[in-house]
Design a protein around this ligand. Structure first.
Ligand code: HEC
Length: 173
């Protein structure tokens, strides 16, 4: 009889302990253990990409070496490059910057806070090729000009820079 009583208490204690553990494991009492999937160094689409890890060599070329300043244009502005740039402009930029790159594309009406830049303007043309390249790649800091590095290869971005330069030439004539 005494043994039975003792066993009863033992099982009651074990049962209570088990119950306490289960309360946590079934989210009845929720504790934010640091093992949740959302706590990780990933980024969702449209969020800023992670900085390039130190000592790494970017597969896209030296333009992305952090702190290296604005890169030099490796693509000669020949007819092929400018023709490609013109084509790419109509696909990727015209909707905002407009047919003549004056900043009045169909989407510009909806960009209330910041209008797309006039690419033939002194403001844009006074920047060097590398700066334009980085603007196309990373967008402007304001976030109104989107980063287009995922849509355009490095070569395509330089073709666009070469195209933008022809706008100035057209102005000067
Ligand atoms: C979603 C609309 C949109 C698209 C698409 C777009 N731009 Fe822009 N762009 C803007 C806006 C808005 C600004 C002005 C942003 C600012 O001044 O902060 C701008 C500014 C610029 C500037 C000037 C940046 C400066 O430093 O003054 C350049 C150069 C430029 N865009 C080139 C391009 C090229 C080339 C493409 C296509 C590959 C392109 N943009 C596609 C909206 C767009």
């Amino acid at each position: 009889m005494r043994l039975l009583k003792q066993l009863f208490w033992v099982f009651l204690t074990l049962g209570l302990l088990l119950g306490m553990v289960l309360v946590f494991s079934y989210d009845i009492v929720k504790i934010d253990w640091v093992s949740f999937m959302e706590i990780q160094p990933s980024y969702a689409s449209q969020e800023h990409p992670l900085p390039v890890p130190a000592q790494s060599i970017p597969i896209e070329g030296p333009a992305y070496v952090p702190g290296a300043g604005s890169p030099l244009n490796p693509v000669p502005a020949d007819d092929v490059s400018v023709a490609r740039g013109t084509q790419l402009f109509s696909t990727h930029c015209q909707m905002c910057h407009g047919e003549t790159a004056a900043g009045n594309g169909p989407i510009s009406a909806f960009l209330v806070k910041k209008k797309p830049a006039d690419l033939s303007s002194e403001l844009v043309q006074s920047k060097d090729d590398g700066t334009l390249f980085l603007t196309i790649s990373n967008g402007t800091g304001s976030g109104y000009m989107p980063a287009l590095n995922e849509n355009l290869t490095v070569r395509e971005r330089w073709d666009l820079v070469n195209f933008i330069r022809t706008l100035q030439a057209a102005e000067d004539q």
